[in-house]
Design a protein around this ligand. Structure first.
Ligand SMILES: [Ca+2]
Length: 644
């Protein structure tokens, strides 16, 4: 009898254990993505830093995989758009950085990695710097995250709070500002994010979870916590890197303690290269050339680690070209989901690289976009630069020339620092990479958004997350500048738009039967170029420079009406163009009227084409002469569409 009971118990135990093992095998893994701000390729031990002590990251690399050719984007918002959407930032109309109170942000129509993980039953949380728009429709909680805790944008985007006159950044929980952090209060930001992360992991241990932990560190201003300040051999920047290392250790140790380590993939990367113009506060790209804001390797190649004990081989190195566009398809695949095919994405599933099943990159090529400008393309060891690049060492850096006709070619395996242009010796490689560049230019674009670009999100009348002293003051100034023609409408700021950007459909100014006023500041670098254009040969308007003269053209019918400034200064100046009641036209430079005229009337319908900044797409509104692309700076663009 005893024997029989023993056998029964033993059988039961074997069954239970086997079942548990099977469950372990099939349970979808937890995913943790630790994403650092402005950390360079040379800032941590596994990638050769000798100044910053990073024992936790050293251990993570020993126990996991090091990616040596893992790419981000040159700046923050673009990189974060890539993580969230699996697309190059330009494809989702996020070519640059969002300032606080920007009208633009991530489009609700994009499928974010968080939304897709949520569909698979994951608990999701974002802790840290979001930077994909700070208006309510753009916040993490509207894009697949159950919860959010963090600074919604960069820690240097401080504005004076109306409540106390101090420079602060907002700390947000879910969708509410819970604190305004002064510089001093930023000292605890890594610690507070880490506490939240540990809490989320602990609370979520019963179900699969996706934790996105984009640290505010190590972006300037540098604010190491009290336990780290003054401790490193590399100044306060090193102190903050070492605090980030501590934070990584806390996360990994929590997973170990909760016995989740064998079912959790942790990835560590950075959003762009070191901010070299910040000197000692700006980090190091190690052996790479250039830094943040550039498409040299130093601007976009990131120190990246993957850790999943038992699944990712310990001490392994992956040299295949991969990047943060790959997080989305990889995580969704590991979660047991599929990526919707209604929208093109650029990322690929890199789990075969993680699991050592291949050493080949899934990408045909890697594209280096700077805004909408395609500056370089990489295949295997070869990188072809097809546009001038700066190194990001100081403001107004010298540009190293290149063009499609005169490209530079580097063999990154032999020359990681991009010093030896070998284009002349490898014409076959040059033409192969050129063909790939042209293929991508025909999709996402080159200089201007291409047909494969989808719009960003847009809200009307954006406001900052907390009342600021500088906010209302600026608005007042803008109102004063507005001509009487549009006094009954609010100017819509298009500050976030850069040359090459365009607004489609409802996002474009709605100008049918409206009084139109356009204001901006320009600093032209060439005598010809479109400032803004909206419409084509039937209905539209355009503000531009032709042979050095500022001009304004309105079309409502076959014949356009154009007015030209009597004189146009060089250097920087402010511009105001208005279409007023009865078709009255007016041009002003630096607040002084320089031309007037009269069109037959207002625009009788909305232009069919896009509202373009710095160019005119499809059918041009006016005859621009030599060049339609604007060279130089266009800033503080505002458009007012008033009811007559
Ligand atoms: Ca950054």
């Amino acid at each position: 009898m005893k024997t029989r009971i023993f056998l029964l118990v033993a059988a039961l135990l074997a069954f239970v254990c086997g079942y548990a093992r099977a469950a372990e095998r099939t349970a979808p893994p937890n995913i943790v993505l630790i994403f650092i701000d402005d950390m360079g390729y040379g800032d941590i031990g596994p990638f050769g830093s000798t100044k910053n002590r990073t024992p936790q990251l050293d251990r993570m690399a020993r126990e996991g995989m090091k990616f040596t050719s893992f790419y981000a984007a040159p700046v923050c918002s673009v990189s974060r758009a890539q993580v969230m959407t699996g697309c190059y930032g330009a494809r989702v109309s996020i070519p640059g950085v969002f300032p606080p109170g920007s009208a633009h942000g991530i489009n609700k129509d994009e499928h974010t990695v968080a939304e897709l993980m949520k569909t698979q039953g994951y608990a999701t949380m974002c802790i840290g710097k979001w930077h994909l728009g700070d208006q309510p429709p753009f916040l993490p909680t509207r894009h697949g995250f159950d919860h959010y805790f963090g600074l919604p944008y960069s820690n240097d985007m401080m504005k004076k709070a109306k409540i106390n006159g101090q420079l602060v950044v907002p700390l947000v929980r879910d969708e509410q500002v819970i604190e305004l952090l002064t510089n001093d209060a930023q000292n605890r930001i890594v610690e507070r994010y880490t506490e939240e992360a540990v809490k989320f992991i602990t609370q979520s241990k019963g179900k699969p979870f996706f934790l996105y932990l984009p640290h505010t560190a190590v972006h300037t201003p540098v604010h190491p916590g009290a336990a780290f300040a003054g401790k490193s051999a590399n100044g306060r920047f090193g102190d903050w890197v070492e605090e980030v290392d501590w934070s990584v250790g806390r996360v990994l140790n929590t997973l170990r303690e909760l016995k989740l380590d064998r079912n959790t993939l942790v990835m560590f990367s950075s959003d762009n290269g070191p901010w070299l113009i910040k000197g000692a506060d700006g980090g190091s790209a190690g052996p790479l050339r250039g830094g943040k804001g550039t498409t040299w390797e130093g601007g976009v190649r990131e120190p990246t680690l993957a850790w999943w004990p038992g699944k990712v081989a310990s001490g392994s190195v992956c040299a295949a070209v991969a990047g943060n566009i790959d997080f989305l398809p990889t995580f969704v695949k590991l979660a047991g989901g599929t990526v919707p095919t209604d929208k093109k994405i650029d990322g690929k599933d890199i789990s075969p690289l993680l699991f050592g099943q291949t050493k080949e990159s899934p990408h045909e090529a890697r594209y280096y976009y700077h805004g909408y400008k395609l500056q370089a393309v990489r295949v295997g060891p070869w990188k072809l630069a097809i546009a001038p690049q700066s190194e990001g060492r100081k403001k107004g850096d010298e540009m190293v020339p290149a063009s499609l006709d005169k490209p530079r070619l580097y063999n990154l395996d032999a020359d990681i620092g991009e010093r030896n242009d070998v284009a002349a010796a490898h014409p076959d490689v040059v033409s192969r990479l050129k063909a790939l560049a042209l293929k991508m230019a025909a999709d996402i674009g080159d200089g201007q958004p291409g047909p494969g670009v989808r719009p960003a999100g847009l809200v009307e009348n954006p406001v900052t997350l907390y009342p600021t002293e500088d906010g209302p003051k600026r608005k007042g100034a803008a109102k004063k500048k507005s001509p009487p023609a549009a006094k009954n409408a609010k100017p819509v700021s298009h500050d976030a738009l850069k040359i090459g950007d365009a607004l489609d459909g409802e996002a474009a100014p709605q100008v049918a039967n409206r009084l139109i006023t356009i204001t901006c500041e320009v600093e032209p670098k060439s005598p010809d170029g479109v400032i803004v254009a909206h419409g084509g040969k039937a209905v539209g308007y355009s503000l531009y420079l032709k042979s050095g003269r500022l001009m304004f053209t309105v079309r409502a019918g076959k014949e356009p009406t154009s007015i030209a400034a009597s004189e146009t200064p060089t250097g920087r100046f402010s511009v105001e163009a208005a279409l007023a009641a009865g078709g009255q036209m007016r041009l002003a430079i630096n607040g002084k009227e320089v031309a007037t005229g009269k069109n037959a009337g207002l625009l009788h319908r909305q232009p069919q084409e896009r509202f373009c900044v710095g160019f005119d797409d499809a059918v041009p509104v006016a005859d621009y002469g030599r060049a339609s692309k604007f060279e130089g700076v266009i800033e503080h663009l505002k458009v007012t569409a008033g009811v007559p």
